[in-house]
Design a protein around this ligand. Structure first.
Ligand code: UD1
Ligand code: CA
Length: 421
């Protein structure tokens, strides 16, 4: 195992989600929440990532394909977070070094503070560095207890707190850096003498300290970073915060978002400067928008879509896996799927590329400066030549390509006499 190692706990069911799906697979801004935790761990420098699976193990495993740095440990029964870490022991046999332990239900965690924790571990001899946060509302979190000199004493779970302890606002976000193999000694000593009758990972720091090892708690995390998703309400909150971060980054890079609250943009989208995103637009998946484009209002750009500079996609237009070259325009009520739209082509109101024949998807090629009249349907596979014109309401049937410069009209579309010469 190449270090640093990260362990991500993801075996729980998440009963309060009231779902058939494993909690960590619920999506935030279009991606399963565990995906963000994995990326934060990688971003912090983890070279090996062990995901602890249990409830819905197969679903969780299948979200990670061809990712050679990811391993899985199975926790047969969900006996607590401490037991979940113990499930990694055989995979980590012989490994000496730092292990970052995170939970899969905190999708807003960012790589920077985690990298910081790992770095400090190198400079420090502590066997446990605990990232903490000071939050306005500590409800639900384990509380950090310190002595009068401010030194870490222990973590107390909310259910096990006295009324005074409940008032503490420094909490445990479950971001730990432990030293291996030392951690195993502490995990061997866990017991279930707590309100939930579980093996708590939160007891490990205190146990290490009792063994004479150094434990340091550092308030290095922001309240927003540690939002834990336990309910559908939390999921919506996480979505709102993450969406805000995505849009802030885009605006900092020179993109105008007219009405941020009524716009949805996937974190994997890239948008060039001076592009304007009008209200009620939805951009999902890996979408690339060039410089000076207009999107919306009410546009839906889906995965794999590319808009080159100056392209425009307007009201009630859905674009899926399609490429609009520079200056191409689809202003109203269109569906473009698996299409290549040439430079400066004009896609009229109500144009549809019929890309699916019930069995397979097919491509539509529209040449430079082609003009597609209102309500025309292009049945794929088909090519519309450069500068060609498709009359309003025409149906261009499959493989009946329209020659460059030609005008076709009618159902099925046929050349207008004398158009292509
Ligand atoms: C845990 C912490 C708490 C902390 C909070 C938020 C413990 C005992 N408590 O509480 O101090 O403030 O997280 O970070 O650790 N899991 C397993 N196997 C299990 C149990 C849980 O893999 O047997 C996983 C869950 O899938 C989840 C994570 O561990 O991803 C945390 O479990 P959860 O039940 O949400 O813990 P909290 O009650 O939030
Ligand atoms: Ca939780």
């Amino acid at each position: 195992m190449q270090g640093p190692v990260a362990i991500i706990l993801a075996a729980g069911h998440g009963k309060r989600m009231k779902s058939e799906k494993a909690k960590v697979l619920h999506e935030v801004c279009g991606r399963p929440m565990i995906r963000y935790v994995v990326e934060a761990a990688r971003g912090a420098g983890a070279k090996t990532i062990i995901v602890v699976v249990g409830y819905g193990a197969d679903q969780v495993r299948s979200t990670f394909v061809d990712e050679p740095d990811i391993f899985f440990a199975t926790q047969e029964r969900q006996l607590g977070t401490g037991d979940a870490v113990r499930a990694c022991r055989s995979l980590l046999e012989g490994y000496q070094g730092p292990v970052l332990v995170l939970v899969g239900d905190e999708p807003l965690i960012r790589p920077a503070p985690l990298a910081d924790l790992l770095e400090r571990r190198q400079a420090d001899t502590a066997s446990c560095l605990l990232g903490t946060a000071i939050v306005p509302d500590p409800t639900g979190f384990g509380r950090i207890l310190r002595d009068s000199a401010g030194r870490f004493l222990k973590i107390v779970e909310q259910r096990d707190c006295s009324p005074e302890e409940r008032a503490i606002r420094e909490v445990n976000p479950s971001c730990y850096v432990f030293e291996l193999p030392g951690l195993w000694d502490a995990l061997d000593q866990l017991d279930t003498g707590n309100a939930q009758g579980e093996y708590y990972l939160t007891d490990a720091p205190q146990l290490l300290q009792a063994m004479g090892r150094r434990v340091v708690a550092l308030p290095c995390l922001e309240p927003d970073d540690i939002l834990g998703v336990n309910t559908r309400q939390h999921l919506a909150q996480a979505h709102a915060i993450l969406q805000g971060r995505i849009q802030d980054t885009l605006m900092e890079e020179g993109v105008s978002i007219v009405d941020p609250r009524n716009t949805y943009i996937d974190g994997r989208a890239s948008i060039g400067r001076d592009s304007v995103i009008y209200p009620f637009s939805v951009i999902t998946g890996r979408v690339t928008v060039g410089v000076g484009c207009k999107v919306g209002p009410f546009a839906h750009l889906r995965d794999g879509t590319i808009l080159d500079d100056g392209a425009e996609v307007g009201a009630f237009v859905e674009v899926n896996r399609s490429h609009l070259e520079a200056g191409a325009i689809a202003r109203h009520l269109a569906y473009l799927g698996d299409a290549q739209v040439g430079r400066s082509a004009n896609v009229g109101a109500g144009v549809i590329t019929a890309n699916y024949d019930g069995r397979a998807k097919h491509r539509t090629k529209i040449g430079e400066s082609a003009f597609l009249g209102s309500g025309s349907i292009l049945v794929a596979p088909v090519t519309i030549g450069e500068g060609a014109v498709v009359g309003a309401g025409a149906v261009v049937t499959r493989n009946h390509d329209v020659e460059p410069g030609q005008t076709v009209v009618g159902v099925p579309a046929r050349p207008l006499p004398g158009s292509a010469d």
